[in-house]
Design a protein around this ligand. Sequence first.
Ligand code: COA
Length: 331
Amino acid sequence: MTLSSVKSAILSIGISLPSKVLTNKDLEKILNTSDSWITERTGIKTRHILEDQELISTHAIKAAKKALEKANLSPKDLNLIICATFTPDYLMPTLSILVQEGIGALNAGVFDISATCSGFIYGLSIADQFIKNNPNWKILVVGAEALSRKINWKDRSTCILFGDGAGAVVVGKSPSQESGIIDFVLGAIPNNWSLLTLKGGGSCFAPFDERLPKEEYFIKMQGKEVFKIAVKTLEEVTLTLLKRNKITPERIDLLIPHQANLRIIEFLRKKLKLSKEKVYVNIQKYGNTSAASIPIALYEAQKKNKLKKNNLILSVAFGGSFTFGGILIKW
Ligand code: COA
């Protein structure tokens, strides 16, 4: 077997969500908004939110433990832990070292990647490359976000969108040559990042720099503009992957898009002429959980028996920093 013929596959999935649920009705009490506006414009009904002292690393660790258990692996079997997040507990230590410690994966190298909502697809693609060169490796890819900590709860156009959560997958050599990760697209659009920012906490401004207004310590977004670029980009990524692999949209068994806005998902579904059954949607329950949204959706889809052997699964994402990614998997 040549190295390039090795295929990687998702061997198992685990998730963990904070138990606190914030409904649109709860938001009505603190903001000038309504359940009907949020539902109509975004599709979101509820989102899971960390309690004051709760950490996202706790959920990343729980999700990782569940994924390992399902794969029948010991933490010591892991060679690498990749955490996709832009809202880790701390800038240093990374989330990945906290996961390594928390599960006892003493033989694993660790690093975080920051590619916002596309982070999980970036992480899977990186894992795929490692498996091609080290077919016996087992890699944990985590998507975990604590977006509630980075939201300006006074900004009604943004704070209603996001939720917290974590998902983890174990990636290893595919048990069959026919199944596994087939192809992926990664990219980013330059000159647009200022439409969606989180400036505070980086090295441009010293902590508590008086030049930086308080709002800059939270996510700021020009939603309408981001929306337009998101729909266009997701369509392009999807069509690129399909064309390159000579696959027509009707051959997709399940599309798992990043869950940012139901209207974005619906736009893509209609462009591809897919039935509702072929598109996984759970945004109504969780809102946008950024890098965690795709592993959470994958987990639920598997639970509902929507990931059947040899199914073609396509996952696409777009997010802040204007990153995008798509991945095609034969399950
Ligand atoms: N409740 C009630 N009204 C609200 C509101 C809320 N939570 N948020 C905004 N509005 C108001 C606005 O103030 C505006 O009022 P005006 O017309 O009097 O000025 C009106 O609703 C329309 O606002 P607009 O921003 O044009 O709404 P929209 O249809 O673009 O929806 C988003 C806003 C944020 C839901 C939408 O733009 C979006 O989802 N953007 C993309 C998000 C995304 O994909 N992110 C991906 C990267 S993570």
